[in-house]
Write a protein that binds this ligand. Structure first.
Ligand code: PGA
Length: 227
């Protein structure tokens, strides 16, 4: 099972140092970009929480896939709901970012998921087809199913609901791209629900936010997935 910790913008420099001093397991950690150099050369791989849709050039504040790759970053999260919110990131931009990430040999984690009350299948199908326009090789693409109403809320769907949604995602990808894809679940995953969630049949792993900032909890989660 693939475990990806999305540390978001939760951590201070002191907290980052504590995490690094106490945690070294084979997962993927995605810290704030400014802290990435501290996370390199450990047992975990390093991901970036967002990448630019551009290569190099006059784009203040942006970080490109090629820069990240050169430093040793191997994963990139694209289309997280916290970035889609308020149209900070449009479908078109998400599509360009995915293409840049894949071109630069990053493993790209595309986040999809519905808001509460939305037509889940319709929303997810649209997100997938828009994000993956003109993407030909899905070998390095991973999809994270993250229902927006479950992120940071302590609520998770039932295993049956998650399994059905993963099936739906895999069916679309098979039909449109004739490809198989790994699907992760994300949204309020923690040490208490991991033993239930890990029983989902077609699941390839987890994208973990808040719980991944606590190295003790993260260790418990990794240990539980090893059993
Ligand atoms: P959470 O976040 O685990 O804190 O709910 C997950 C995510 O946003 O990727």
């Amino acid at each position: 099972m693939l475990v990806i910790g999305n540390l978001k913008m939760y951590m201070t420099y002191e907290q980052v140092k504590t995490l690094i001093a106490n945690f070294d397991e084979e997962i993927v950690l995605c810290p704030s970009a400014i802290f990435i150099p501290y996370f390199l050369n450990h047992r975990y791989e390093v991901g970036i929480q967002d990448i630019s849709m551009y290569d190099l050039g006059s784009h203040t504040g942006e970080i490109s896939a090629c820069q990240a790759r050169q430093l040793g970053v191997t994963y990139a999260i694209v289309g997280h709901s916290e970035r889609r919110k308020y149209n900070q990131e449009t479908n078109e931009e998400i599509n360009k970012k995915i293409i840049k990430g894949l071109e630069n040999n990053l493993k790209v984690i595309l986040c999809v998921g519905e808001n509460q009350g939305e037509d889940k299948e319709n929303v997810i199908e649209n997100q997938l087809l828009n994000a993956l326009k003109d993407v030909n090789n899905l070998e390095n693409l991973i999809i994270a199913y993250e229902p927006v109403w479950c992120i940071g809320t302590g609520i998770t769907p039932t295993n049956e609901q998650i399994e059905a949604t993963i099936n739906f995602i895999q069916t679309i990808i098979k039909k449109k791209f004739n490809s198989n894809v790994k699907v992760l679940y994300g949204g309020s995953v923690d040490k208490d629900n991991i033993n239930t969630l890990k029983k989902i049949n077609n699941l390839s792993g987890f994208l973990i936010g808040k719980a991944s900032t606590d190295y003790r909890q993260l260790k418990e989660i990794v240990a539980s997935l090893r059993d």
